[in-house]
Design a protein around this ligand. Sequence first.
Ligand SMILES: Nc1ncnc2c1ncn2[C@@H]1O[C@H](COP(=O)(O)OP(=O)(O)O)[C@@H](O)[C@H]1O
Ligand SMILES: [Mg+2]
Length: 299
Amino acid sequence: MRYKGWLIYNGGLLTKKFIELNEWYVESAKKLAIDLLPIANSELFCQIEEGKVTLEPQLTRPDFVLFLDKDIQLACQLESLGLQVFNSANTIEVCDNKLLMHQQLAQAELPQPLTIFAPMLFSHVKEPNPAFLDHVEEKLGYPLIAKEGFGSFGEQVYMVDDRHQLEAIARKLLHKPHLFQAYIKSSHGQDIRVHVVGDRVVASMKRVSELDFRANVTRGGKMFKIEPSDAFSELAIAASKAVGADFSGVDLLIGPNDEPIICEVNSNAHIKNIYQATSIDVSDYIFEHILTTLKSHSS
Ligand SMILES: Nc1ncnc2c1ncn2[C@@H]1O[C@H](COP(=O)(O)OP(=O)(O)O)[C@@H](O)[C@H]1O
Ligand SMILES: [Mg+2]
């Protein structure tokens, strides 16, 4: 039997890089007799009509949806229509927001850096609360890390060296969700990216930057294929499970005793970098996992 899937991508991101990525998934799906139809999120209109969830245009129902966008209400709409969405709307939402992600990981009591969430403030508040900044300073010391709730490629992650910088960043992020975090010095400029599919590790690399405390490849991090130790593999799998991911890219920091500490879980980790580093095509594993899940639900 042939399967039909939709690949949902962001309509605003039709750059060469993303078109290539869509084609990659389509080709990879073919190998498992899956017809994958790329659809931009902006092509689907979510409605509540006569009190019911509907979607236009009315296309043939797929067997599953591979959701590579962050349009959470669309993902929810598709789930409400009874479609099986990979990753789930809830996983995408949790991974997209670093504050929710850390909270969810804490439910599973997994190792993470000491993290303090900034309170949400209404727009009439113009200055951060000095007592909160005192607290951050006292708990974390300097340097410390500040992160926006929503961000990627390391672009919204900052190193804070002193009170002056803390005040400046707190003011800049005043009306955005953000957090402050212990700086894991032993991991400066390096981390381990582990791709988990289902409940196993399928590919891993170490990223090392000589230029920046952030190891992101887009910021100059170099990639090296590695076989992670059991401790790193087990924590990556536990983190992926804790956010309910079908597939994920888990970033692990390296603690002072070489122990793993979770940095973040990405629900839509790029498959191209890891392929370049390891020659492993993570999409093959993703489709295998999807078919296994569909079959287990239908039997
Ligand atoms: N608490 C920390 N201590 C040391 N380095 C960190 C810390 N948090 C993040 N980093 C570095 O910054 C990079 C980007 O942070 P991350 O939270 O993964 O944000 P993004 O979603 O932008 O990739 C990480 O890959 C890691 O190299
Ligand atoms: Mg990251």
